[in-house]
Design a protein around this ligand. Structure first.
Ligand code: RUQ
Ligand code: CUA
Length: 764
């Protein structure tokens, strides 16, 4: 066979690249192009997105998971999905919603005492330092049940969910102020601000209200402070997206709205529908707010009213204190995006073919001069459009959201109806380029493109429909994230990524170098509070405590045991199992479940997790590790034995194996041989500068930990051998070998790690 395909590989190069023939490339690039019908353009796109095996992506994207209530992390330019993070929705792999610690996080999102186990996530936002994404936290909103979640990017876990105390729905969140002081969240559909209060729709103008909440974020604690947060009361216009100012406009914030008609539909009463009444006028209102001044006022304990225990600045106060202004904006607008320099605000008209660029300087001048064209129905001063506008640019049909380039004045706007992205210049007001996308784009994002320092390079079009782009998978289609190269003057479409978990709305991307996630927790950490877990156990401290009808287990996990290996309970007992993963090695996660009790935990190195349930039926319930963690993973198990009340064991002993002296001797030899392998690995590791490699050090520590467990076992098996108890002699010798195997496994992994990362010989 070999000889038959022996031929010289032609060095082609369609794309004009030099390629060295390697052993595996029996086919030339041209052969492959022909076989797979690829064009030069395709190859170029492939070369721009391909991330070779073992290499990593330059940017990480955090996408809303839409109706899945999750966040999805993927790499750019490869578009490889790296992780789903459970946020508003239980996620069994991570034990999210199946262990006690994460259930507490989800419980933060209860409304009226009810669990809400899904979310309609829309807009993720990074924490910022001086207007730049800093890679520490991510926030995301739930539109359906007005909530905000805080994710910590040290471990990519959800830490907190807070419920908006006055809204009944919301859309314009989570948008973060330049130093993460506040996270904005704007209402969408107006309703009475008081909870569980009925008002007829006919009182829309008087009793229904919108609003904009500013959630106070405590960066040191990494949590939202609900008590220090506040909201603006706003007219019953449908507040939509928001963006806080930056640079010169820092301290101000902008929220657009539609349906400022305050229309109430009711086709059942013969009234024209919402969609007609809500888009009848040519303009709606941009809300301009001085959040810094408002925050100072609230901090000083003045100017607010408590509604549902939450501080609300009523419109009357906001008007009097000069905190809130309106500017007309055409027509049923959708996106509102502050330019990186903070000087302009770009608004997409949705039902207008223009994008409108507002000048912050002009807005301030009008406010200062007291130059208003009118007041709205609630007395809020309205600045004339002509006094605020910098430029309006005809882009196409359905302009929505805008993102910025690293090049000055360059902005990209999505055109929903046209299914296009427009690249244009917001300083000069001219269109530079357009590209078609597939199909009906909603949001779009450039790398760090909503911060004060966009990174350019790539744009992702977040298309609402994919129609015919992928293999059909039934009537419910994936959505389509399309990667576009924006490094040149013409945009180039590179890649279609099916997005398989809900409508993603918005996504943010960050330079991967800014993220510094850990690979292990300090042993005994509750990852949801970031504090030491009160019920963590160290090796050798494992125990089961029975008090009345409560069984509490303080256990540990390490390859390949769950300690304890047996838990006894009586019917009706409440069983609580705390488990600490003692591993230090990277990626040595253990999972844990108990048959039929609907519990699951993911216990990453160092973490302590609790599962809890009522042992309500007698029976035998195997529990086991759910992550394939070692060669003996399948043996990593135990039994929960739920006995009927008053059960007495009859004293029968366990069946014996039929081991012989020869079996014992073979096992002892195996142990000696394996030790020789371990010694050689140890010799290598200590001959190089392994201490300079923290991951290798962690693996070595774990390896010796494993070996340490075999202490005393040699005497034990020799003792049994002296008594010719070949069963016990053989099995205790075998147990030494089990520890050796795990030690060797780790040692070899450490060796490979050191070799691959260029460890150097050290002088002895
Ligand atoms: S949305 S397609 Cu941000 Cu929820 Cu605009
Ligand atoms: Cu631990 Cu499988």
């Amino acid at each position: 066979m070999r000889g038959m395909i022996k031929r010289t590989v032609p060095l082609l190069l369609a794309a004009g690249m030099g390629l060295a023939a390697t052993a595996w490339s029996a086919e030339s690039l041209q052969d492959v192009m022909k076989r797979r019908s690829l064009s030069q353009q395709d190859l170029l796109a492939a070369a721009k997105t391909y991330v070779p095996t073992g290499k990593r992506d330059e940017f990480l994207a955090f996408s809303s998971g839409g109706q899945s209530g999750q966040v999805i992390v993927y790499g750019i330019p490869s578009m490889r999905i790296l992780k789903y993070i459970g946020v508003f929705t239980p996620e069994p792999w991570q034990g999210y919603g199946f262990d006690e610690e994460s259930k507490k996080v989800l419980a933060g999102g209860r409304i009226d005492g009810k669990d809400i186990s899904w979310g309609d996530t829309h807009h993720p936002g990074f924490s910022e330092t001086n207007g730049e994404a800093d890679g520490q936290y991510l926030f995301i909103n739930d539109k359906a049940n007005p909530r905000i979640a805080v994710l910590d990017l040290r471990d990519f876990e959800t830490k907190q969910i807070v419920v908006n105390p006055i809204f009944k729905s919301e859309h314009g969140g989570a948008f973060v102020t330049p130093n993460s002081e506040y996270i904005m969240q704007a209402a969408q559909y107006p309703a009475p601000l008081e909870n569980r209060k009925y008002e007829p729709l006919s009182s829309m103008n008087e009793k229904y209200r919108g609003g904009i909440t500013f959630w106070k974020f405590d960066r040191k604690e990494g949590r939202i402070k609900e008590k220090e947060s506040f909201s603006f009361e706003a007219p019953p216009y449908w507040q939509d997206l928001s963006d806080p100012g930056k640079g010169p406009s820092d301290g101000w914030a902008f929220t657009n709205s539609f349906c400022s008609e305050r229309y109430v539909g009711g086709i059942e009463d013969g009234r024209p529908p919402y969609e007609a009444g809500c888009s009848a006028k040519d303009t709606d209102y941009l809300h301009v707010m001085n959040w810094k001044k408002a925050a100072e006022m609230v901090k000083a304990g003045k100017g607010f009213k408590l509604i549902n225990g939450h501080k609300v600045i009523m419109m009357e106060t906001a008007i009097k204190e000069g905190l809130l202004y309106l500017i007309p904006e055409p027509k049923s607008p959708h996106g509102v995006d502050v330019t990186p320099d903070g000087k302009f605000i770009v608004i997409g008209g949705k039902l207008d073919s223009h994008a409108s660029v507002y000048s912050f300087e002009k807005i301030m001048a009008a406010i200062k001069a007291g130059k208003f064209e009118s007041k709205d129905a609630y007395g809020i001063p309205v600045i004339a459009l002509k006094d605020a506008i910098h430029v309006q640019v005809q882009l196409g049909l359905g302009p929505l959201h805008s993102q910025f380039d690293s090049k000055p004045c360059v902005v990209y706007t999505s055109l929903y109806v046209d299914s296009q992205v427009a690249k244009w210049d917001y300083c000069e007001g001219k269109v530079l380029d357009k590209i078609s996308v597939h199909y009906n784009i909603g949001h779009l994002m450039t790398m760090e493109g909503d911060t004060s320092k966009p990174a350019g390079k790539y744009l992702v079009a977040l298309n609402k429909l994919s129609i015919d782009r992928f293999n059909p998978v039934g009537p419910l289609h994936p959505q389509n994230h399309q990667l576009i190269d924006i490094s040149n003057s013409k945009m180039q479409l590179l890649y279609d990524m099916p997005f398989p978990l809900g409508e993603p709305h918005y996504t943010v991307a960050i330079d991967a170098k800014k993220l510094k996630p850990g690979v292990r927790y300090k042993v005994g950490t509750d990852s949801r509070t970031d504090k030491p877990h009160p019920s963590a156990a160290k090796a050798g401290e494992e125990r089961i405590v029975k008090k009345g009808n409560k069984v509490e287990v303080f256990g540990t996990l390490i390859r390949s045991h769950i300690t304890p290996e047996k838990i006894d309970a009586e019917v009706g007992d409440e069983v609580t199992i705390h488990l600490t993963n003692l591993e230090r090695a990277q990626d040595e996660t253990h999972g844990f479940t108990v048959s039929t009790y609907n519990v699951h935990a993911s216990v990453e190195p160092g973490k302590t997790v609790t599962v809890k349930f009522k042992a309500d039926k007698e029976g035998v319930y195997p529990y086991y590790c759910t992550e394939f963690c070692s060669a003996l993973h399948l043996e990593m198990m135990g039994y929960l034995l739920v006995k009927p009340k008053g059960w007495k064991d009859t004293g029968k002993t366990l069946a014996k194996g039929s081991y012989t002296e020869a079996d014992y001797k073979a096992t002892v030899k195996k142990v000696v041989d394996t030790q020789a392998i371990i010694d050689s690995v140890v010799a290598y590791i200590t001959s190089v500068n392994y201490k300079d490699f923290p991951d290798a050090v962690a693996m070595v520590e774990d390896a010796f930990d494993q070996l340490g467990h075999s202490k005393g076992l040699k005497e034990k098996h020799e003792g049994f051998a002296a008594k010719k108890d070949w069963e016990n002699a053989n099995l205790w010798a075998e147990q030494i070998w089990q520890y050796q195997v795990k030690c060797a496994d780790l040692g070899i992994r450490a060796k490979t790690h050191l070799e691959q990362n260029g460890a150097k010989k050290v002088a002895k």
